[in-house]
Design a protein around this ligand. Structure first.
Ligand code: AMP
Ligand code: ZN
Length: 484
């Protein structure tokens, strides 16, 4: 049951480029799908930002009283590097790359990275989706969709692949607003371009075990699925197809919300719309949400520059996953966010202060309806988490609300924020060794005795062990130094 009658959730829809009043397909229910990770490598904090952003939205919808079915898929076959980089169907196969690198089977690779990812997203306190389908578990459904497209004349075969014919799709580029004549995306100029492709933007539905894919590790024989239509033989699905097929199988022909990174707009999601709408004869997605990327030091994250940080890098420096979650809450999902160690430190300080404050307040209060209404207005405005978070601080300063009511209200908001604000702050610097702990205690003592010389000597010893210290009033904050 919806808790508030005058609710007007507004969502910026990439398709119309407008903020629209949200109307679900079915009263009070939401079908929500987020494109998930490829299980070939550890997920960096940019990937994790996209998970946290979807979680803020998922939690907001539930807070507003909707019954949400949330799906996030796992890609474990068929995703080529060109699919994200602007040239669909080209480049290296990500799973194949991992198989070679680690000498494990495709299933072992997928399981390994799925486990690591699920541990990370649990630490970030994200709600686990209702469904987490893997592409390899939905091969028959993908083939069924290819069959429908072939039957209706939207697909054709070459010796290398089955393609979707983008010239047959009505308004193919409507999500990105690109000009069809220029074929700006997916222009097929990469190494495995098929000369029998009819239009540069046509994309693969099924790769045959041939050409660049003749040594593919994961293939299926389509006859195993009793395909009566064409002898299109052994192969593997193209990446875009999996989301269309799994979305249909788990949520139906039309979804309420679909979310993904902005890089998906011109290729992946454009292709999903074309294949789903023409196979199903139904609208595919009513509201498209695209999140902007995380930058590090104002640049694209990069493995070669050592800025593709993992959650474990954050933890090694003594920060907690909730510190990172707090950091993510400070930027709107449609804005870029810049990560620096200083900004993470600021989030850490703010979260610590917030938790100390909340746990010190008395229990037994009731929720302030005025503030709850304000909070709802913020999240109903295209899920504005930075403003929702600012409201928490505003409430703490408001003398007209009693301490116990402040606590009850903020803990109610925490259903959306997911910061576990009722958790007493553990002693900081959790990762340090006993040796450093002892040195810190000695230094604390020296500082209390105003023995600055000794305090400096101890700082030097701690520096030599790879840590900097920030003196914060009476507290010493330990920061692991960057390895040069
Ligand atoms: P991938 O495994 O590369 O397909 O990426 C998995 C998810 O992470 C996708 O939804 C991307 O949109 C998202 N993603 C990748 N890099 C970033 C970034 N720097 N900031 C935010 N999201 C990202
Ligand atoms: Zn997808």
């Amino acid at each position: 049951m919806l808790q508030y009658l005058n609710m007007t959730l507004k969502i910026k829809n990439t398709l119309t480029k407008k903020k629209e009043i949200f109307k679900p397909l079915e009263k009070n229910k939401i079908r929500f799908y987020q494109c998930g990770p490829t299980l070939y490598w550890n997920q960096h904090i940019g990937n994790l930002r996209s998970v946290a952003l979807a979680d803020f939205i998922n939690r907001s919808l539930r807070y507003l009283g909707y019954k949400v079915t949330f799906v996030r898929n796992y890609t474990d076959v068929g995703h080529l590097s060109g699919d994200n980089d602007g040239d669909a169907d080209t480049g290296e196969d990500r799973m194949e790359k991992a198989i070679k690198r680690e000498e494990l089977s495709p299933q072992e690779i997928a399981e390994k990275y799925k486990k690591a990812y699920e541990e990370d997203i649990k630490k970030l306190n994200t709600l686990f989706p209702e469904h987490t389908p893997k592409a390899t578990e939905y091969i028959p459904e993908q083939i069924e969709m290819i069959e429908a497209l072939l039957t209706k004349g939207f697909a054709y075969t070459t010796p290398l692949a089955v393609y979707f014919d983008t010239s047959k799709a009505k308004n193919y580029h409507r999500l990105s607003g690109q000009d069809m004549q220029n074929n700006l995306c997916g222009a097929g100029t990469g190494e495995i371009t098929d000369k029998n492709k009819k239009n540069p933007s046509d994309f693969v539905l099924w790769f045959f075990k041939a050409g660049a894919h003749k040594n593919a590790s994961q293939t299926w024989t389509t006859t195993a699925f009793a395909s009566p239509l064409v002898e299109y033989g052994e192969g593997l699905p193209g990446w875009h197809l999996e989301c269309s097929a799994m979305g249909k199988a788990l949520l139906g022909d039309t979804l309420d919300l679909k979310m993904g990174g902005i890089e998906h707009i011109p290729i992946h999601h454009t292709n999903e719309i074309a294949q789903s709408e023409n196979a199903n004869d139904a609208p595919y997605v009513n509201y498209w949400l695209h999140n902007e990327h995380l930058l590090v030091d104002n640049k694209k994250m990069s493995k070669s520059e050592g800025t593709s940080y993992l959650l474990s890098d954050i933890e090694k420096k003594g920060y907690s996953p909730p510190d990172l979650r707090y950091f993510f809450l400070q930027a709107h999902y449609r804005s870029k966010q810049n990560f620096t160690w200083e900004s993470l430190q600021a989030s850490h300080n703010a979260l610590k202060k917030l938790r100390q404050k909340i746990t010190s307040l008395p229990d037994g209060g009731s929720i302030s309806i005025t503030y709850k209404q304000k909070f709802i207005e913020k999240i109903e405005d295209d899920f504005s988490t930075p403003e929702a978070l600012a409201l928490v601080w505003q409430l703490l300063k408001d003398n007209s609300i009693s301490d116990k009511d402040k606590k009850a209200t903020i803990l109610d908001f925490d259903q959306v924020l997911g910061l576990k604000l009722n958790t007493p702050e553990k002693n900081d610097n959790t990762n340090m060794t006993n040796e450093i702990k002892k040195l810190l205690e000695e230094r604390q003592q020296a500082r209390q005795n105003k023995d600055w010389e000794k305090s400096d000597q101890l700082r030097q010893k701690i520096n030599n062990l790879g840590y900097d210290i920030i003196d914060n009033n009476n507290e010493q904050q330990l920061i692991k130094k960057e390895k040069k």
